[in-house]
Ligand binder design. Structure first.
Ligand SMILES: [Zn+2]
Length: 402
């Protein structure tokens, strides 16, 4: 087993500190890695000998970003829908059918190549863990295929057969929920860690509380963890259903009443509110009030929701800058939400913080301080630090390993 020392770290952000900021900042630091795991952290002057050395030249090291919500496996794009929305057409979830048709028509090789390219893109922006949802197949065979491909790239795969009711079932919603729970779920479960549902009474294409409950309880019975798309387009039952069923995450949370906020605060140990400000930006929607959630004691995460309809961006640095500008978070709170917070939403302790025994998922900022993540929006200062000298990341195929 060979070791690698990462030295010359001007600012090390462990995201494991005490005090109100909790960032765990160290200056002039070094790390030693063995077999992709952090085995030593300290000041650069005390760094022990290692087989390999990477000097980052005074730059910042932060935990690799954890993008805990994406719809990364699809074919086609919806650029014209985006352009139309920018001239005033509202979003109601209906365009998903366009992506479903393109995804069903694509070959397995095509879908695999598209996903690999997107993963290369997000790794280049500093993301080291990606959750990937199905949901553009919506038949047994097509959902299975999407999850089989996604699971080759990430362990965090989510079965989202209940994304929308496909066109062929619009007059038989009950029949579609049966198909999801009785036929798709058993096929998908071996390739998925999670199940998710688009619970949104404000969209005719999505699922109401009773339908969502059926899907989630069937998923839990099949051994999958629960995630919910909720409260995106208006007030609704998503948040309280997620809390009631012990979901790990309820995502969007754009529209919350006091009872929703109280429920999330009470469930802070188990259920994370995942905020997706890139969607609100790209659909010209209101932003969720993250500061209100934090003040109440809720747990929050940040993710991209990268998808072809409502946010075709995989940039976590951009999401962090939006969260600071529009959600009322400090730069420290936004960075924590994009690392520790989103790791918690995936119920993972081995990522999101740079501590002994955790995975050495490192992101380097070409900047003197982590503040530059929010301060320099749109500038490519973040990238995943390849510590492939241990042999763990020398694959030619791009992959997100954690
Ligand atoms: Zn989503």
């Amino acid at each position: 087993m060979s070791s690698t020392a990462v030295t010359g770290i001007g600012e090390l952000v462990t995201c494991d500190g005490a005090g109100p900021e909790r960032l765990g900042l160290r200056s002039n630091a070094a790390l030693v890695i063995e077999d992709s795991v952090i085995v030593w952290i300290g000041s650069a002057a005390d760094a022990p000998a290692a087989d390999n050395r990477i000097d980052v030249g005074g730059r910042v090291i932060v935990p690799g970003f954890v993008d805990s919500h994406s719809h990364l496996i699809f074919a086609g794009d919806r650029a014209t829908e985006f352009a139309a929305r920018m001239t005033g057409q509202p979003y109601d979830g209906g365009g998903i059918g366009v992506t479903v048709a393109a995804t069903r028509a694509a070959t397995e090789a095509k879908l695999t190549g598209l996903l690999a390219a997107r993963i290369r893109e997000l790794r280049a922006l500093g993301t080291t863990t990606i959750e990937i949802k199905s949901g553009y197949g919506l038949t047994v065979a097509d959902e299975l295929r999407s999850l089989q491909i996604a699971s080759q790239f990430s362990p965090e795969t989510t079965f989202l057969g209940a994304h929308v009711v496909p066109a062929e079932y619009v007059h038989d919603r009950e029949g579609y929920v049966d198909l999801v729970t009785r036929a798709m779920l058993p096929a998908a479960a071996p390739y998925a860690r999670w199940i998710d549902v688009f619970c949104e009474p404000h969209s005719a294409h999505a699922f109401d509380a009773d339908e969502a409950r059926k899907v989630l309880t069937a998923g839990a019975a099949a051994g999958l963890g629960l995630r919910v798309h909720g409260n995106q387009l208006g007030l609704g039952p998503g948040v309280r259903l997620a809390v009631e069923l012990g979901a790990a995450s309820v995502d969007h949370c754009t529209y919350l009443d006091d009872a929703d906020v109280d429920a999330l605060a009470e469930a802070a140990e188990h259920t994370v509110a995942t905020l997706l400000p890139g969607v609100d930006f790209c659909t010209r929607s209101p932003y969720p009030d993250a500061a209100r959630l934090l003040a109440a004691g809720a747990s929050i995460a940040l993710a991209t929701d990268c998808n072809p309809g409502t946010c075709y961006s995989s940039s976590m640095p951009w999401v962090i800058s939006l969260a600071v500008r529009e959600l009322g978070l400090t730069p420290a709170q936004a960075l924590l939400a994009a690392t520790v917070g989103s790791a918690k939403s995936l119920r993972r302790n081995d990522i999101g913080r740079l501590v002994l025994g955790n995975r050495a998922d490192l992101t380097m900022l070409d900047a003197p301080s982590y503040l530059h993540l929010a301060y320099r929006p749109g500038v490519p200062i973040a990238r995943t630090l390849d510590v492939g000298l241990t042999g763990q990341r020398a694959n030619t195929r791009p992959s997100v390993l954690s």
